[in-house]
Design a protein around this ligand. Structure first.
Ligand code: TYD
Ligand code: MG
Length: 454
């Protein structure tokens, strides 16, 4: 009988990973020339056997997941209450944000709890890692370091050491010798992630992979790996400022609507327990173009200062710069100010920034941005103890925002006595907040701006 398992060669693009059955000069996907290489043998997809046969769903006993905890409560919370053995976690973020620092600190806390940890750095020498470890005092005897860029060297070290926890810094610098593609290419990154996934599951060894992401997020690696790993954590923040946000973008073992805040100091990263306090620390009340709002990120409310600067423009096309809020959202607010209030925004340079390098994606901060812009334009300060909340609609109406109570609570907690909120929200909340906070309902932008500086 003839074997049905015919060995066929395949052609793989070393640039984008496209697989073809025959060679061609130009890759049809990425349009690069001479990138196809032949793969001699068919690569068998290795399988991790999680169960030998199918069983009825109701007969599967629920086991409590045994999670490993470190001494970074915020980090553990983000993972859903500690890391699960065998989990593959991707820690992404732009270069210089603090990924290596965080992972080394986390590795140390796990090591201090008695787990054996292997930290592999392909980007830094042993001396450099040790220098960082000394700086942040991550010197647990259970923490082992390897400086290598070869996957097989890592595999060998894992075999010898048998760690509970493996850290790879970074997935873009490592390579597998048998893969005919340069480190950091899509093919290498994919192959490595797959190999680490198998290794993690086979040994029940929690594995963290660091992946660099550029501002546009288009670098080979992290984006591509998201579906392969169990958890994706993303680090963000302004490199020049101390605050760092760690978001969980995907989590097979916990929720994704979560975020932890850190501050980078001289001796590493520290968890921030009261973000509102930190974000408002340097605020100068009663100056033009500054307002405060309460944003909800990762399920919790915190206060953040919005700063705006509106100046007469001498440019043919005026400048519009925003940091922390969406540029399209800013354009919309400027159009509303121009149309409804007659402010000459078309002849003004505009700069808006959320203090602390934080990015807020929800429209509930619109009113605060609009009021900060108006305050700068009119050169009148906003009330110092007022919080501004609400979404601005295209016709200048203030629309209600979700989770208003959590926002009001945080405002009250931080000493704000008056809150300007959408009229619809006020109607619902007035009774229960009577005597605690002064709620001012606003329906249209004219009203929000009219009382400025009173
Ligand atoms: P790093 O962890 O190397 O970033 P990444 O791995 O994401 O590229 O950290 C980069 C910055 O953090 C670097 O500019 C120095 C600063 N840093 C501190 O401010 N304090 C510290 O304790 C450490 C270790 C680093
Ligand atoms: Mg690094």
């Amino acid at each position: 009988m003839k074997s049905t398992l015919k060995k066929t060669s395949i052609w793989r693009c070393t640039n984008c990973g496209k697989i073809a059955t025959k060679w061609s000069g130009m890759c049809p996907d990425c349009k690069q020339w001479n990138t196809f290489v032949e793969e001699e043998k068919q690569v068998k997809n290795p399988q991790v056997s999680l169960s030998k046969k199918a069983v009825a769903i109701h007969t599967i006993a629920q086991k409590d997941i045994d999670r490993m905890e470190g001494s970074f409560p915020e980090f553990d919370r983000l993972l859903g209450g500690g890391v699960v053995p065998g989990a593959l976690v991707l820690l992404g973020g732009p270069p210089g944000i603090g990924k290596s620092t965080l992972l080394l600190q986390v590795a140390h806390t796990y090591a201090e709890k008695g787990h054996k940890v292997l930290y592999v750095s392909g980007e830094e020498s042993m001396e450099q890692v040790s220098l960082r470890a000394r700086r942040i005092n991550a010197l647990s005897p259970n923490l082992f370091v390897l400086s290598s860029t070869s996957y097989h060297a890592v595999e060998k070290a894992v075999d010898e050491l048998n760690p509970d926890f493996l850290c790879i810094d970074s997935i873009q610098i490592l390579y597998k010798e048998e893969v005919p593609s340069s480190p950091g290419s899509i093919v290498q990154v994919k192959e490595l992630a797959h190999a680490f996934m198998l290794l993690a599951k086979k040994r029940a060894m929690a594995t963290f992979l660091i992946g660099h992401v550029t501002k546009t997020g288009d670098l080979a690696g992290p984006r591509l790996l998201e579906h392969l790993v169990d958890t994706v954590l993303e680090f963000e923040g302004d490199k020049n400022q101390g605050f760092r946000l760690l978001r969980s973008i995907k989590n097979r073992f916990g929720s994704t609507d979560d975020l932890a805040m850190f501050q980078m100091r001289e001796t590493g990263l520290y968890e921030v327990e009261n973000p509102s306090k930190l974000f408002l620390e340097e605020r100068r009340a009663l100056c033009h173009g500054s307002s405060v709002t309460a944003a909800i990120e990762g399920g919790r409310a915190f206060l953040v200062e919005v700063q705006a600067l509106v100046t007469k423009s001498f440019l043919p096309s005026p400048s519009r710069k925003s940091s922390g809020i969406d540029q399209n959202r800013l354009s919309l607010l400027l159009a509303v100010l121009e149309k409804r209030l007659g402010y000459k925004m078309h002849a003004s340079d505009v700069f808006v920034s959320l203090i602390g390098g934080i990015k807020v994606r929800e429209p509930a901060v619109d009113l605060a941005v609009l009021c900060a812009l108006s305050s700068s334009f009119l050169q009148k300060p906003l009330q110092a103890s007022t919080l501004f909340l609400g979404e601005v609609g295209l016709s200048g109406e203030i629309r209600s925002s979700p989770r208003m109570e959590a926002r009001l609570n945080e405002g009250m907690h931080m000493g704000y006595t008056q809150e300007k909120i959408p009229e619809k929200n006020r109607k619902h909340l007035q009774k229960q907040w009577q005597g605690k906070l002064e709620l001012v309902g606003v329906e249209v932008v004219e009203k929000a701006v009219a009382e400025m500086g009173d």
